[in-house]
Design a protein around this ligand. Structure first.
Ligand SMILES: C[S@@+](CC[C@H](N)C(=O)[O-])C[C@H]1O[C@@H](n2cnc3c(N)ncnc32)[C@H](O)[C@@H]1O
Length: 203
């Protein structure tokens, strides 16, 4: 039964070119720490369900999850800002984005996530950019709590935070988990999907 469902999740959904690129990235998934397909499918659906238009990703890698985000943003007519400190990975991701969704605006940011988040916060304070309505956290697990301290300030009311590797890196992400569950401004739930994802909605 479970196997049947997993196969259903894995059936082709996007255009042929996108599916070909996703399939080739899935072959090297372990090297680039990409999401598995069910988690990526969930991420894509969540952006569409929430009609999110201004998405921030922390941890681009080679762009696998980014492609799924862009495919959702094609529908919601949104834009993606995505952070990665490894320049080579960010440039591979950019090529993958162009191949799969060249109609969606992407703002790649190269550098340390915390420093870039601080810059984004300042730009929002200076009214140079809008707050985000969806943040996907998938970079350094020990830093999740530090990301949250800034993300909280740059996320709109009603916005969503989705954090990956909550169960596979439980000890490292525990300060993040506890902070979110203790914060009454957020409603949170851990989902046993892929590496374990925590979804949090800001009031
Ligand atoms: C788990 S991978 C991201 C996978 C990607 N979200 C996907 O599913 O395709 C984490 C990425 O975050 C990057 N990273 C880790 N710590 C970072 C930091 N402090 N600042 C910026 N990028 C970081 C790593 O280089 C790595 O490519």
């Amino acid at each position: 039964m479970l196997e049947t469902n997993v196969k259903k999740i894995n059936s082709s959904y996007f255009d042929e070119k996108t599916e070909r690129i996703l399939a080739s990235l899935e072959e090297t998934r372990e090297n680039f720490w990409n999401l598995d397909r069910p988690s990526a499918n969930f991420l894509n659906m969540l952006i569409k369900i929430n009609n999110s238009k201004n998405v921030l990703e922390i941890g681009t890698s080679n762009g696998y999850s980014g492609i799924w985000i862009l495919k959702a943003l094609e529908e919601t007519k949104g834009r993606l800002t995505t952070i990665e400190f490894w320049e080579k990975r960010q440039s591979v991701a950019r090529k993958n984005f162009e191949l799969c969704a060249d109609n969606v605006e992407v703002e790649p940011k190269i550098g340390s996530a915390i420093l870039i988040l601080e810059d984004l916060e300042q730009e929002i304070k200076d009214l140079k950019r809008d707050k985000f309505d969806f943040v996907f956290i998938d970079a350094n697990k020990k830093e999740y709590i530090e990301y949250f301290k800034i993300v909280d300030k740059i996320l709109k009311s009603g916005g969503i935070i989705l954090a990956d590797n909550i169960l596979t890196h439980y000890e490292k992400t525990l300060p993040y988990i506890n902070t979110l569950f203790d914060n009454l401004n957020y409603q949170s739930q851990i989902l046993e999907i892929g590496a374990g994802m925590m979804i949090s909605r800001k009031k």
